[in-house]
Design a binder for this molecule. Sequence first.
Ligand code: XMP
Length: 513
Amino acid sequence: KALIIDFGSQVTQLIARRLREAGIYCEVHPYNRAGAAFIADYAPKAIILSGSPHSTHWENSPKADPSVFERGVPVLGICYGEQTMCAQLGGRVEPHDEREFGRADIQITADSPLFAGFGPVGHEERVWMSHGDRVVSIPEGFHVVAASRGAPFAAIADEARRFYGVQFHPEVVHTPRGALLLKNFTHEIAGMRGDWTMAAFKDEAIAKIREQVGEGRVICGLSGGVDSSVAAVLLHEAIGDRLTCVFVDTGLMRLNEAEEVVTLFRDHYNIPLVHADEGERFLSALDGIDDPEAKRKTIGKLFIDVFEARAKEAGGADFLAQGTLYPDVIESVSFDGGPSVTIKSHHNVGGLPARMKMKLVEPLRELFKDEVRALGRELGLPESFVGRHPFPGPGLAIRIPGAVSKERADILRKADAIYIEEIRKAGLYDTIWQAFAVLLPVRTVGVMGDERTYDHVLALRAVTSVDGMTADYFPFDHDFLGRVATRIINEVRGVNRVVYDVTSKPPGTIEWE
Ligand code: XMP
């Protein structure tokens, strides 16, 4: 296995992801917890030093434990990782007035297994740079293997000791062949086989849960979404009936969703499940509230109350399980020290652990969404659950701008189900990141038969996205949109006009509220 030593870059986890895609098991550990004893015990076959928001010139700048360079295993330093490697091994790094940020072209200047498959000496390669400091002299034993205009030491190597440094970021998608470079490092240089799979991850995750939880009991909030479903099944495999799931049914779920969740987990998996059927309470709490953030806060608070009460009734537990994913972890950390603007306060039972004084189990913390899906398949979860579009915690409440009512939620549920059914029929469901309908508080005049109608407008939304951070609207063909509109207006009472949202994110967000 490989070890990634983290110096705090925002993209460190992407290194892990690229390695795992190449079949290499690896773990990310912060530099200040990766001391000599830890590394000796971990016994990595290869070590990667990540980037960092720090500068090697700052006082107490983070350093790799000296044993990293004494173990005789290959080391790759990325960006700050290259700089600290140079600084620690006798080279020099200096701050530079000009920051190099964004796309850059490097030229290969010497043969190296690091660039196997890229092209001969002289070959130019597109990479992504993001650095202020730069290396000005390299330690003894190193030579330059690639250079760019802004970075004469864009890639350096000490082939004898198998130490490598790159100033650019091979882990990001903006370095198109970065994955190949990392694979060269682990496979060619470190001689690793690359036969690690999601099945192996599953076994390791189960072992970790058992170690953490011991004989303790765990409560898991189930939302019907992919993340909490996968977390629940994984936990159940690890600790069996010492897991209790609590499903808070807010009455703001999609059509038939609540029954599907209860049937799958209680009947199919035999997981002890509490179904807190509290739709009426949520609706009455939402009565008269039309501000999006107020809706979120109301739902979030009630959710916590209900969850806490039901968990207590079920006998309590020592641990609270959460389906936190890696993107939740990065989004919640602010590296520049300044507060970031809250666009939407996503509620993911954030306040629960503190209030219930429980320890957390977060078995998916290192995974990206598509990896969670792969793990779900590995655990035998049905495709209809694993491949499901994300659904926000506040549910349909934020898809009904203005005041929420049972009547409006019912109209929206029916229309949404027709829309999704048509998307599935057209074979587009898996191409789309998220698709849903929004019931607008606007009424318009229509004519049906000989009758005048005065009903709601329904907006359809569908976007493609990699991570939900940015998104493009999905270009349905007009026949498809026409078909969906006709079906919805014919089959759903209360809607007489359908529109399609062609806003990307940014400037829009995916949800309407
Ligand atoms: P936006 O609308 O911010 O959404 O572009 C990005 C992703 O987050 C989901 N979303 C939420 N999820 N609680 C959640 O758990 C929320 O309050 C919330 N608001 C938006 C949204 O569905 C999309 O996948």
